[in-house]
Design a protein around this ligand. Structure first.
Ligand code: PLP
Length: 399
């Protein structure tokens, strides 16, 4: 169907809960997307850090079809073979022994919050309070929203669940001040994604880990955006040498098929007993199979290592741009989760890139986020960078 008539239909029937660009996609291949009118776009956002292997990866497509023909779902009264194998793989990769599967990132965080609360109740003398960072993003469900330190997402939905507090990102003294005798967990993104791609400093993360040890507070890392190679390591915490007791994953894990996971140490996971928490599907057979294949491809192609190297090269390129283009105020990020902080509004930049066939994200009113597929080739990367550079250069008014 023609894009214009689809957009008119969308305007009539789709809920207006997000602000979308007027583009309808019908096909993807690697780093490329095609709209219903046949226009091609380079995707430097990957469905918000979801498509680590690009769109419609042949091995993912094959795994999906084979699993669909075999078995998809049984209910949470039983196991699926792929579910157990995926849990084993994630546990081995992270060193966190136990895994719970969910359908999304927000649900993985809900599970983490509930596990922390249950552990707090049973092992920490009834502690229940959770401290997260200002400008954090942990999801849209009520618990995850309560943990999200951004009033703009919360205001319309008050009252939110109680027992959540916020402290300043990268400011240890703010966390020290926020701790009370009721604090049971710290929840942190090691690179804040939706908050504008803000990497944590090693001093902050190490200080926070020491603070958590000192007070017997659980450390929960939300690796939903940063996990599985995106920052150049399997998990961002590996950059800091700090392993959490609880970690959440989603996005790249299912690579577009709904799947989240909450992992915990044996000791913390033991707080959950049968009946405490569950979900009917929790990803399901298609998602487990896809995740197993994603992890296999990542390992075979050494994607975390490649991402680390590519990320370094891109930072170098952007710093060179910064010297030339005064509208670039700051360059930040880790691996292939990067941002350009601008002195001008970011939305028109994203719109102009889109117009010319490049997808980037105006993550904050003044920052452009880039999160290309981890396996993106030079042949896709170069023209995308050239286009972005041209759009940015076009904004500089000659004096
Ligand atoms: C760090 C982080 N946590 C949680 C979420 C929520 O995940 P989902 O949208 O799958 O519920 C996101 C989504 O952007 C995220 O970036």
């Amino acid at each position: 169907m023609e894009m214009q008539s689809l957009l008119e239909k969308a305007d009539r029937v789709m809920m207006k809960n997000v602000s979308r660009f007027p583009v309808v996609f019908s096909r993807g291949e690697g780093a490329y997307l095609y709209d219903t009118d046949g226009k091609r776009y380079l995707d430097f956002l990957s469905g918000i850090a979801v498509h680590a292997l690009g769109h419609s990866h042949p091995r993912i497509a094959k795994a999906l079809v084979e699993q669909a023909e075999k078995i998809v779902h049984v209910s949470n009264y039983f196991y699926l073979e792929e579910q157990i194998l995926l849990a084993e793989k994630l546990a081995a990769l992270s060193g966190l022994e136990r895994v719970f599967f969910s359908n999304s990132g927000a649900e993985a965080n809900e599970a983490a919050l509930k596990l922390a609360r249950k552990y707090g109740r049973e092992k920490l003398g009834g502690k229940y309070e959770i401290i997260s960072a200002e400008k954090s993003f942990h999801g849209r469900t009520f618990g995850a929203l309560a943990a999200t330190g951004q009033p703009k997402y919360q205001e319309a939905f008050q009252p939110l669940p109680a027992g959540f507090k916020y402290a300043k990102f990268n400011d240890l003294s703010s966390w020290e001040a926020a701790v009370t005798p009721q604090t049971c967990a710290f929840l942190l993104e090691l690179v804040q994604g939706e908050g504008g791609v803000n990497p944590a400093t090693p001093e902050f993360v190490q200080g926070l880990a020491a603070l958590s040890r000192r007070h017997g507070i659980l450390l929960i890392f939300d690796e939903i955006q940063t996990g599985l190679g995106r920052t150049g390591k399997s998990f961002a915490w590996q950059h800091f040498g700090i392993k959490p007791q609880i970690m959440t994953l989603a996005k790249a894990l299912g690579s577009g098929v709904p799947l989240g996971a909450m992992l915990a140490t044996e000791e913390v996971a033991a707080a959950f007993t049968p009946g405490d928490h569950s979900t009917t599907i929790g990803g399901g057979g298609l998602a487990y199979t896809v995740a197993l294949e994603v992890l296999k491809v990542m390992e075979e192609e050494k994607l975390p290592e490649r991402t680390a190297q590519l990320g370094q090269e891109l930072l170098k390129t952007f710093h060179a741009w910064q010297k030339e283009l005064p509208i670039i105020k700051e360059v930040r990020g880790l691996g292939l989760l990067l941002a350009l902080e601008l002195t001008i509004p970011s939305r028109p930049i994203a719109e102009q890139c889109l117009e010319r066939g490049l997808i980037v994200n105006a993550v904050t009113p003044t920052a452009i986020r880039l999160a290309p597929p981890l396996n993106i080739g030079e042949a896709e990367l170069e023209p995308g960078l050239d286009l972005l550079y041209t759009v940015l250069k076009d904004q500089v008014v000659p004096s």
